[in-house]
Design a protein around this ligand. Structure first.
Ligand SMILES: [Fe+2]
Length: 239
């Protein structure tokens, strides 16, 4: 689904597989990029969604990972094997992805499956910039959900859009590498900036308007990130 010129949502609940976090296709400079790429379970549907918007998946050269969790970058090895797509990730989340650590990537504890080890090709750093026509992507290191979590600050056609991954409304668990103190600093960092729109990892197909207000609300609701009703996705609970 098209969100803005050159920006499409191609993965996520109701879009690909229900395991998948949101994944975005962005038209870059003579190439296409993905922000996150979902799980192996959603891989075929995400490729189909990309074809539906007129893009050949082979044109995608980079996966910009928000962090090293299964629902965000679990399919990166499939992209690499089929198309040679490079995985970009912050160094602090690299080991769990490269080792296929199914606990740290959340594959085992939230999805009842295993991670396949995948080499990280390029480390993302705070302040890294990618530029194309009417497009700037800046990397913000926003640790907390995991220590290698980043958000992407995207300026497109004059709009400022935050792609927050799980740095906003993500779940808190020490098993998956969360750190409360770091997360509070990251939410302050995010809300100190201006955004027209934002989106995050577990949301329907949309860009959320009035982003400055909504992000301030998300920061105030930080305690909800410890919500005891945060459930595993591979089990169904009946009460
Ligand atoms: Fe996550």
């Amino acid at each position: 689904m098209k969100l803005l010129n050159g920006i499409y949502q191609v993965g996520g609940p109701g879009v690909s597989h229900f395991f998948d976090a949101t994944a975005y296709l962005i038209k870059g400079k003579d190439e296409y990029l993905l922000i996150d790429c979902g799980t192996p379970e959603g891989y075929e549907q995400i490729k189909e969604n990309i074809r539906k918007v007129g893009v050949n998946p082979a044109e995608i050269t980079k996966i910009l990972g928000t962090h090293g969790h299964y629902d965000h970058v679990g399919a990166a090895h499939l992209w690499k094997n089929e198309f040679g797509t490079k995985l970009y990730l912050h160094e602090l989340d690299a080991a769990q992805v490269e080792e296929g650590d199914s606990v740290r990537t959340s594959a085992a504890i939230l999805y009842g499956t295993e991670s396949v080890p995948c080499k990280v090709d390029v480390f993302l750093h705070e302040g890294d910039r990618y530029e194309a026509e009417n497009l700037v992507i800046e990397v913000l290191h926003t640790p907390g959900h995991t220590m290698g979590s980043v958000s992407f600050d995207v300026t497109k056609d004059g709009y400022r859009i935050l792609f927050a991954g799980d740095s906003v409304w993500g779940g808190y668990s020490e098993k998956i590498g969360s750190d409360e103190a770091a997360w509070r600093v990251s939410l302050d960092k995010i809300t100190a900036r201006h955004y027209d729109f934002y989106t995050f990892g577990h949301v329907n197909t949309q860009l959320i308007a009035d982003a400055d207000t909504r992000l301030r609300e998300a920061k105030m609701a930080f305690a909800n990130y410890y919500n005891p009703w945060f459930k595993t996705f591979f089990e169904t609970y009946h009460y």
